[in-house]
Every structure is written in C-alpha cells, then in structure tokens.
Design a protein around this ligand. Structure first.
Ligand code: PGA
Length: 253
C-alpha cells in the first residue's frame, strides 16, 4: 500500500550554520521519537546544503530532495542544476511545479512535464505540486485547474513512470498564509486527483500513488488532515524550519 510521506520544503531559508543546526535538530528528534515504519521523511533544503544534508541522511532515517531542477539535460544554461547532477549526488526526490515557481518564474505545465521527464530519466522521484489560486477557488474552478495541471504535467507518462511520482495538492491560498484548507476541502480534491489517476491508469496504480497536502500544515492541524483516506501526508513549508514541529507533523498519522 502507499507510503505516508512528510516532506520539508525549506524554500529560500537558512544560512549554512542555520541549515546545519536544523538538520542536527531533526536528527536529535529522530533519536528521541521513532517514526512509524510506513512513514517516509524527506528533507528538501536549498541546493548549497544538499551535500551536507545527504551526508547526515546517510546516518539517519530521512531522505533528501531538491526543490527544483532544470528542464534541460546539460550544457550552457548558466545557473541551472540538472537532474543528472542530482542523480550523481544520490538524491532521492525533487519538488517540481511549486506554485512559487509557477507564479514567480513562469513555470508552465509544459515546463513541469519536461522537468518530470528529466528526473525520471535520471532515477529521481518527482514531487509534483498542483493547486488553484484564490480567485479560481472563489469561482469554483479548482477541479478544472487541478485537472489541467495533472493532465498536462503528468499524463504523458507510462504507467511504469507514473508509479515513481508523488503528487502534492497545495491550494495556493493556503501556502504561507496560515489559512489551511479544511480536512473536507483537502479530501475532496485528493479524491478527485485519485479519480483522475484511476481513469487514466486504472485503480490499482491510482491506489499506489501518494498524494500529499501542502499549505499551512502544522502540528496542530496535521492529524485531522492526514486522517482523510486520500491524504497520504504533507509537503511542509514554514513548519519544516523547526525540527520539533516537523517531526511532530511526521508523527501525526
Ligand atoms: P507552508 O508552505 O507550509 O509554509 O504553507 C507549503 C509549501 O509551499 O510547500
């Protein structure tokens, strides 16, 4: 059955020393509190701290992901980081299509699809973010928007490839705003995404894919969100910057 996943997206936060402290804090927490065997913990720091984080991860029970990857294979793309580089650092995961990348860096569903292809080609698992903005929710367009993001970003994949993907539903109006989706709102869209997956790839595969919730998820609301049948964990921003909160969320299943 599908895994529970809690992934920490640090975004553009932490100096080198702060990152070191945060990882040590996570390791200390993990020594004190044992995570259930079916819960996977993923830490996604900024690029410069990936090496340090993977070094620590080798001694502990968490996996490491990047926050972004190039849609190109290699070559003259100044400032970009390729999937091949991430593969050579033995990373496990990479976030793709986060709403901040869509909003501030012009990422489209097409770019998301190309990045997903690069990651899969190099053996990394994409964590693909989808979600509507406030105006779309107010116009009751959330289903249509999420459908288009899922179809255009992912539905070119074969069933074999799709099995490697994690989806994160992140309503944009809930990200960093303190406004969490209600457990009912989260379940409704998660169930909808699983229905789309069932229609395209069949029930067996759809049941295997982890769908995470993201958007102001914290220790005080994680339990009621994760209690829903189709919510398999969380993509955590702000609360992943405090080791104690991050691990408390991971213990909320
Ligand atoms: P937040 O961010 O938990 O700070 O709302 C979630 C995300 O953007 O992944």
């Amino acid at each position: 059955m599908r895994k529970h996943i809690v992934a920490g997206n640090w975004k553009m936060n932490c100096t080198f020393n702060e990152a070191d402290d945060l990882i040590n804090g996570i390791m200390e927490q993990l020594e004190q509190k044992e995570l259930p065997r079916d819960t996977k913990l993923i830490v996604c720091p900024p690029f410069p701290y990936l090496e340090m984080t993977t070094d620590y991860a080798n001694d502990s029970y968490f996996m490491v992901g990047a926050q972004n990857v190039s849609d190109q294979e290699k070559g003259a793309y100044t400032g970009e980081v390729s999937a091949e580089m991430l593969e050579s650092m033995e990373l496990d995961y990479c976030i793709v299509g986060h709403s901040e990348r869509r909003a501030y860096y012009g990422e489209t569903n097409k770019t998301v699809a190309a990045k997903v292809d690069q990651l899969l080609k190099h053996g990394l698992k994409p964590i693909v973010c989808v979600g509507e903005v406030l105006e779309e929710r107010e116009a009751n367009r959330q289903f249509e928007v999420v459908k288009q993001q899922v179809e255009e970003g992912l539905f070119h994949l074969s069933a074999e490839q799709m099995k490697e993907v994690v989806i994160a539903y992140e309503p944009v109006w809930a990200i960093g705003t303190g406004k969490t989706a209600t457990p009912e709102q989260a379940q409704e869209i998660h169930h909808y995404i699983r229905t789309l997956l069932t229609e395209k790839y069949g029930k067996e595969l759809a049941e295997e894919i982890s769908i995470l919730y993201g958007g102001s998820c914290k220790p005080s609301n994680a339990k009621e969100l994760f209690a829903n049948t189709d919510v398999d964990g969380g993509l955590i921003g702000g609360a992943s910057l405090k080791a104690e909160d991050f691990i408390a969320i991971a213990l909320s299943f």
